[in-house]
Ligand binder design. Structure first.
Ligand code: FES
Length: 104
């Protein structure tokens, strides 16, 4: 059978270079990114402190945290700028019929 996918948003909900915070029914908060024609998802909460990454800025392939301007690679979750040192959890995302889905 087909794996059940969780809908995150519509493709048109996030402009290129923008971020959307999505609160899932199970309580998880994700940041969904539209980066160079592809979509990515990570935990919304910075691993350094209590900051919502969806309120940060995209710079190249990195998300800059709004609190202390640490950064992570959006594609891998690896920390790319101090003070961030703990990787961010990333989630596999697929696009189907104009919908951005969490591949589960
Ligand atoms: Fe994100 Fe400090 S809370 S860099």
């Amino acid at each position: 059978g087909r794996a059940v996918s969780v809908r995150l948003c519509a493709v048109g909900d996030i402009a290129e270079g923008e971020i959307l915070r999505v609160d899932l029914e199970d309580g998880r908060a994700l940041a969904v990114y539209h980066l160079e024609g592809a979509f990515y998802a990570t935990d919304d909460l910075c691993t350094h402190g209590d900051a919502s990454l969806a309120e940060g800025e995209i710079e190249g392939c990195n998300i800059l945290c709004p609190f202390h301007l640490g950064s992570f690679d959006i594609r891998t979750g690896e920390p790319t700028g101090a003070p961030c040192s703990v990787a961010l959890r990333t989630y596999a995302v697929t696009v189907e019929d104009g919908e951005v889905l969490l591949a589960s």
